[in-house]
Ligand binder design. Structure first.
Ligand code: ATR
Length: 294
């Protein structure tokens, strides 16, 4: 018999709440970090019903849970239970990481910081003075657009299927951060100027994600140029059709796995106060890619 001493009476918990949660690889990422950093913590995922969120939050406080991640569809809903949200989380209208200290809840959004770190690591570029083309205007787009604007982008063009959603996002940034956002519809006849003036193109939609791997978020991929950096927040499949087409056009392409790993690392750092060493972060990225996402 193998004696399992991983979970002890002193072990504290970090949770994930969402619906669904079964597909999540966050438990693997966080438990791997705890094991390698020798932290007496365990991370587990809970599928939660929307009308039971208040009970869940109360239970987490009562049970001394260190903190939790929040995923779809609760990233906005959770905010009403939080005592103090970071400025970024407030602008993004979404919280994915909560830390509990003395029964008080502190909310953060690490998705956007995860995106930004991953973009810099994998391309060598930041967003200052850059022209960015964003495809989509949902929750992921909002977090990314706010982050890019806060980091000093020169302009952001948002292309979306539904113009009104994109206009709302544009207004949020133009009024609260800087007047740099313009909006276009995916069906606009001539988007060539928008592409031409862009340095960076980012797909924030789920179009092209497994199992709909043939989907492409915009039809005009022939407007992609070799000087573009093209980022897709999707990591499954590893190379979306959109990224494959961009690569064919000579562009540098990056998928969303680095964003996923980095948002997890930043959350872990918030909960534990420990800095995850860069070599461990790189090794984690490599191992998740090679061993988990087959
Ligand atoms: P998330 O929180 O993951 O960003 P979301 O808030 O549902 O998800 O936003 C999804 C984004 O993908 C939106 O910009 C959506 O466009 P609409 O605003 O027109 O709904 C875009 N999207 C989703 N499915 C799409 C499709 N089949 N074609 C084009 N855009 C699509």
């Amino acid at each position: 018999m193998i004696i399992d001493e991983r979970v002890l009476g002193t072990t504290r918990m970090i949770a994930l709440i969402g619906n669904p949660v079964e597909h999540s690889i966050s438990p693997i990422i966080h438990n791997t970090l705890s094991k390698n950093l020798d932290k007496n913590l365990i991370y587990a995922a809970f599928k939660v019903q929307k009308n039971r969120m208040d009970y869940v939050v109360e239970a987490f406080k009562e049970l001394g849970v260190v903190g939790f991640n929040v995923t779809v569809p609760f990233k906005r809903e959770i905010m009403k239970f939080i005592d103090e949200n970071s400025r970024e989380a407030l602008l993004m209208g979404a919280v994915n990481t909560v830390k509990i200290i003395d029964g008080r809840l502190y909310g953060y959004n690490t998705d956007a910081e995860g995106f930004s770190r991953s973009f810099k690591e994998e391309t060598g570029y930041g967003f200052r003075d850059k022209n960015v083309l964003l495809i989509g205007a949902g929750g992921a787009a909002r977090a990314i657009a706010v982050k890019i604007a806060l980091e000093g982008a020169k302009n952001i063009n948002i292309i979306n299927r539904t113009s009104s959603t994109a206009e709302e996002l544009a207004e949020l940034i133009n009024l609260n951060i800087d007047h740099i956002v313009s909006v276009h519809n995916v069906n606009d006849l001539d988007l060539s100027l928008v592409f031409e003036e862009s340095d960076i193109i980012i797909n924030t939609t789920a179009v092209g994600m497994y199992p709909d791997s043939q989907g492409v978020p915009i039809a005009n991929t022939d407007l992609i140029q070799s000087y573009h950096i093209v980022y897709d927040v999707i990591y499954n499949p590893e190379e979306t059709k959109f990224l494959a087409l961009a690569k064919e056009r000579g562009a540098k392409t990056v998928n969303g796995l680095g964003m996923l790993i980095n948002q997890a690392i930043i959350s872990y750092e918030i909960w534990t106060g420990v800095k995850v060493p860069d070599d461990m972060a790189r090794e984690l990225h490599k191992n998740i890619k090679e061993k988990i996402l087959l």
